[in-house]
Write a protein that binds this ligand. Structure first.
Ligand code: F6R
Length: 240
């Protein structure tokens, strides 16, 4: 794992955008794996700026998002589909018909998950996966547990994740208690992964990411077994 410690959130966002921009220039028809949450917002803004300036284009990009609340309609203003449209897709030249978010209303989530993973494979696999880290070490919505799933699946959210994400909802009671999420296998198949982490709340996980052990109780640590991971964090996340 390559570690890059940035001065602050802004620098981390720019570094992340640079890595994605490099891929877009080298492989315009790439497949991106995308994350939601507060952490990648600044990086998405940087990418939108670069796109507007004509430095990069998303017009041949295909994207697959990590996760979606369940059950939640894509039109809901807290859905991850809505988040992606508002924070990235509406501001770049991407063809929205090639952007994918797991179906938060799937009647058969297991079948949807299997089809989602198959669609990623059929698209040639993810060239670059963007990840954030939950304060509890989750990646996508793979929460700390004894057993983790390989493929895209329906999962329950831990109380700490519901609490952490309640900042976006009117109240904690409004946060869905389930989500559909890529599994650890879906994520580990990506050719390259960038992990972003900012702020003191992520210090605990960063420490776990940098020791020499892996544990399903901090799912992000499994990324240590991937051959091409860049961990981008700011000084607050690094120093605590
Ligand atoms: C988002 C996702 C989550 C977040 C994580 C960190 O699609 O899969 O794992 O990356 O919860 O969220 P923020 O960035 O809001 O701290």
């Amino acid at each position: 794992m390559k570690l890059i410690v940035c001065e602050n959130y802004e620098e981390m966002s720019k570094e992340g955008a640079k890595i994605i921009a490099k891929l877009l220039k080298e492989k315009p028809k790439c497949v991106l794996g995308l994350a939601t949450g507060s952490t990648p917002v600044g990086m998405y803004q940087e990418l939108a700026k670069m796109n507007k300036a004509g430095e990069i284009s998303f017009k041949d990009v295909t994207s697959y998002n990590l996760d979606e609340y369940y059950p939640l309609a894509p039109e809901h203003d807290q859905s991850y589909r809505y988040f992606m449209n508002h924070n990235l897709f509406d501001h770049v030249d991407i063809d929205k018909s090639r952007t994918h978010v797991p179906d938060g209303l799937a009647k058969d989530p297991a079948a949807m998950g299997k089809a989602y993973d198959e669609a990623i494979e059929a698209a040639g696999g993810i060239d670059l996966q963007v990840l954030g880290l939950g304060p509890n070490g989750h990646i996508a919505f793979n929460e700390p547990e004894e057993n983790l799933y390989v493929g895209t699946h329906l999962t329950g959210l831990t109380d700490s994740t519901i609490e952490a994400n309640s900042r976006f909802f009117a109240s904690k009671a409004d946060v869905p208690t389930q989500a559909v999420t890529m599994g650890i296998g879906s994520i580990m198949k990506a050719k390259k992964i960038i992990v972003l982490a900012s702020g003191k709340a992520k210090h605990y996980v960063i420490e776990k990411m940098l020791d020499d052990r892996i544990t399903t109780q901090v799912p992000g640590t499994i990324l240590k077994c991937h051959p091409d991971v860049v961990l981008l964090c700011d000084k607050e996340a690094y120093n605590g």
